[in-house]
Ligand binder design. Structure first.
Ligand SMILES: Nc1nc2c(ncn2[C@@H]2O[C@H](COP(=O)(O)OP(=O)(O)OP(=O)(O)O)[C@@H](O)[C@H]2O)c(=O)[nH]1
Ligand SMILES: [Mg+2]
Length: 304
């Protein structure tokens, strides 16, 4: 007899920078969600699909959970919690070397109410950064605060413990038909993934508040006769001064960003890419509902 198919949604939640997107990519085996060393990298929910035997695991990457102050923050945090409430299983990522921060405490307080009864798994991440004897105490402390269904100790970056986690999840998701074709890796329009790749390269190069005040959209995507793709993207910033920073001296910043983004896109698509970047100053984009729907966020979720 063949084994029944299984499928389910698994939401990854945690503080900004906990390693949620890194774990999603590790589980999927491909980079579908962007990763940087800065907080608030992921802005909307992104789904990545992984197969484990007869089980299809649909991982939902979410923005980090933190105390929101601005409209974009509020919309991001709402998207993260709604990812958790829609899931079959929720994984809370906590950074091993930071432990129970104030932010983790706030998440623990809201967890029972907002996960709608789904099993909640604790994943202590970045274990490569601590001595293993520190982990037992942290595991106990966290489990005293919340009745987790299971605890895993992982390094999403190095791949420690992640196979065990994936195997366990495969046995937990409900029986049922697969939700996506077996070979699909991500559930996001290609144009959005392409915009995210450019945003990642910009975020890695720019400092301070600028990445937060910038968004990238794919304006045009043309298939060329020779099989290549011609992609035009707009980078929105809020000030003239920011435009100058994004362009860099003699355009060197945007040139380097364009090169890095083009290389990653070429690899992702497996064909040649022509990428054109343009910077546009739009002082009000953080209050512009269209920008939120382009990002996959709900503008009204940002209302105070
Ligand atoms: N040492 C170590 N670093 C890690 C590990 N997992 C992730 N990181 C790093 O942590 C940083 C944040 O990773 P992300 O995956 O972008 O974190 P995130 O939780 O998605 O962050 P937001 O999208 O901002 O909420 C990056 O610099 C990663 O390389 C790990 O297991 N060990
Ligand atoms: Mg992320």
């Amino acid at each position: 007899m063949t084994e029944a198919t299984r499928a389910g949604f698994i939401a990854l939640i945690g503080e900004p920078n906990a390693g949620k997107s890194t774990l999603l990519n590790r589980m999927v085996g491909a980079k579908v969600s962007i990763v940087t060393h800065k907080v608030q990298t992921t802005r909307a929910r992104i789904r990545g699909v992984a197969m484990e035997g007869q089980a299809q695991l649909v991982f939902v990457d979410t923005p980090g959970l933190f105390r929101p102050r601005r409209r974009l923050d509020r919309a991001m945090v709402a998207a993260a919690w709604s990812g958790a409430s829609d899931a079959d299983i929720v994984i809370l990522l906590v950074e091993a070397h930071r432990g129970i921060t104030e932010g983790v405490g706030a998440i623990l307080d809201g967890l029972a109410e907002r996960t709608g009864g789904a099993p909640v798994v604790l994943a202590i991440n970045k274990i490569d950064r601590v001595k293993s004897d520190a982990l037992l105490g942290l595991t106990k402390e966290l489990n005293d605060r919340f009745a987790f269904d299971e605890t895993f100790m992982i390094s999403a970056e190095k791949g420690h413990g992640t196979d065990a986690l994936r195997g366990w999840l495969a046995g937990q998701v409900p029986e049922g038909p697969w939700l996506y074709p077996e070979d699909q890796l991500a559930d996001a329009p290609m144009r959005n993934i392409a915009a995210e790749i450019t945003r990642e390269k910009l975020t890695l190069r720019l400092h301070q508040e600028l990445p937060y005040q910038m968004t990238v959209e794919t304006e045009k995507w043309e298939e060329q006769k020779d099989g290549s793709a011609r992609i035009e993207q707009l980078i929105y910033v809020v000030r003239d001064g920011h435009k100058g920073i994004v362009l860099g001296n003699k355009g060197e910043t945007i040139k380097a960003v364009g090169k890095a983004a083009r290389e990653e896109l070429t690899e992702f698509l497996g064909r040649k890419v022509h990428l054109f970047l343009q910077v546009k100053v739009r002082p009000g984009w953080l209050e512009d509902s269209e920008r939120y729907s382009e990002m996959g966020l709900n503008f009204k979720d940002g209302n105070e």
